[in-house]
Every structure is written in C-alpha cells, then in structure tokens.
Write a protein that binds this ligand. Structure first.
Ligand code: PXL
Length: 266
C-alpha cells in the first residue's frame, strides 16, 4: 500500500508532514510526501515565522513522478497555502490516485472558531469544493462551522454529507465529547472523553492515524475508534508533559499502544 501526504513542512510544532510521515509509515505502509510550503513553525500561536510557498516546485515534482508511473492507494491532503494549491490538489487526485483509491481531505482552516492566519471565507469556499471530491473529510468543529455556517453539529454533518460521502467532525466540544460521522445514510457518534483546552496538532495526529488504519484495511468504525483513542492518549500525555501547547502533541510514546491495537485488528 502506498500513500501520498500533501501538506506543509512546519519545521517546529509537530503538525502536518512532521506528523503524517512518521505516523503513516509506522502503520506499516509507504508514505510519500508532497510539501506545500516550508515554515519555520506552524502559524498557530507563533509569531515571526517564515513561510515559503512551494507551488512551482510541487508542479515540477508531480511532472517527474508522472515519468515514474507512480499511483497511490490513498491521497491525504492537509494544510494548503493558497487557492491555487487547492486547485492543484484536485489535479493531483486526477493524475495520481489509483482507480478505487481513497481521497482523504483534512480541510485545515482554523480552530477556536476563527480562521488560521491567511485564510478567509473565499478560501473556505474553495476548500469546500475540494471536500466535494473527497471520500472522507475530517473537519474539526471550527472547520465544520467555517464550511457550513452552522455551529449545530447535526445540521453541519447533514450539509457536509451532501458534499462528501463520509464526513467526520472531530472533537465536538460538548459536555460528553464525541466525534460525529456519517455512515450508511445516518449520523453516528463515537464517544471520546473530553479534555479541556485546545491542543495544537491533534487533528494531524488523528487524520494521519486514520489514513494508516484505512490503508491497513480496517473498517471506518475501527479506524475512527483506534485513531481517536490514540489521539486522546497523546492529548492526556501532552497535558501532563507540555506546558506550551503550541509545540504539539507528545504522541511518540503513545504510538506503540496504537500500533499494537492496529496489528490486533487487521
Ligand atoms: O495543524 C494544522 C496546521 C498545519 N500547518 C500549518 C498550520 C496549521 C495550524 O495552525 O499553521 C502551517
């Protein structure tokens, strides 16, 4: 099995490709990467970060790959730096996803009910059109709101299900805490204990683990529950060990338990 992760390289802050590559590889599958941008840190909470968009380079990389005849079982896209990059990801899907392959979109837009720096409503609209080409979309509750205009999860899920067959809204901040997803024509809930506060990079750990589980042939339910549990454990560890949340999740020492659960499920 071969995956392609299209995401940025934030050199510090444990998100995007610095999470996707180790987590998907550890799941036991090949993970190639297409970097969208190079940043000194991610944009959530740091100031003064550097940003180099890689639009031109991405095109050259794709052209070279075409000469190699590369095709992917799964393409997973995350942080995209511009509307042009969203259009290019659609083209990547057409050129490089195998027939019957899976396209997973994490529509990275924001957190705490605001856009990350550099994103706005026009960008969200473009992201929604990318969601329309995906098999799975994994918005957090903020992104679900920015994509649909509603804070009601059930209503948002319905709107997203009209766009994509398998929307998963992660980390609904209700009293109990749950993920809400659409499967077999109905909304389903996956209870996840709620942890107070915001944890940067949690969405990337979850999405990467989810892709790894799908690639190993797990059902959607099993992939969701194992990935969410891994993410939850990493959040608990981070709460104890990392005073400054912008440095991302300490997921590394939770990955063994996740992989054991994965291997026991295949
Ligand atoms: O974790 C999402 C993410 C990915 N990449 C970059 C980001 C963010 C969120 O802030 O800034 C560059």
């Amino acid at each position: 099995m071969r995956a392609l992760a299209i995401n940025d390289i934030s050199c510090v802050g444990k998100c995007s490709l610095t999470v996707a590559l180790p987590v998907i590889s550890a799941c036991g599958v090949t993970c190639d990467i297409l970097p969208t941008a190079l940043l000194s840190t991610h944009t959530g909470g740091f100031t003064g970060y550097t940003f180099l968009g890689l639009d031109d380079e991405m095109k050259k990389i794709a052209d070279h790959w075409e000469t190699l005849g590369l095709k992917y079982d799964l393409i997973y896209s995350g942080y995209l730096g511009s509307r042009a990059q969203i259009a290019f990801v659609k083209e990547m899907k057409r050129r490089f996803l195998k027939q019957g392959g899976v396209f997973v979109v994490d529509p990275v837009l924001g957190d705490n009910f605001t856009f990350y720096k550099g994103f706005d409503a026009a960008f969200a609209e473009e992201m929604l059109s990318l969601c329309g080409e995906a098999d799975y979309i994994l918005p957090n509750e903020t992104e679900s709101y920015l994509l649909t205009g509603t804070k009601d999860f059930s209503a948002a899920l319905k709107k997203l299900a009209a766009v994509c067959p398998h929307p998963v809204i992660t980390g609904a901040q209700t009293e109990a805490g749950y993920f809400i997803y659409y499967q077999d024509g109905e909304a389903r809930r996956l209870p996840i204990p709620r942890v107070e506060g915001s944890f940067h990079g949690a969405g990337d750990v979850f999405a990467s683990a989810f892709c790894g589980c799908l690639l190993r042939g797990l059902s959607v339910e099993k992939a969701l529950s194992l990935s969410a549990d891994f993410c939850y454990r990493a959040i608990l560890r981070t709460q104890k060990e990392v005073p400054d949340r912008k440095y991302g999740l300490n997921y590394e020492r939770e990955i063994l338990g996740f992989l054991q659960a994965l291997e026991a499920s295949v």
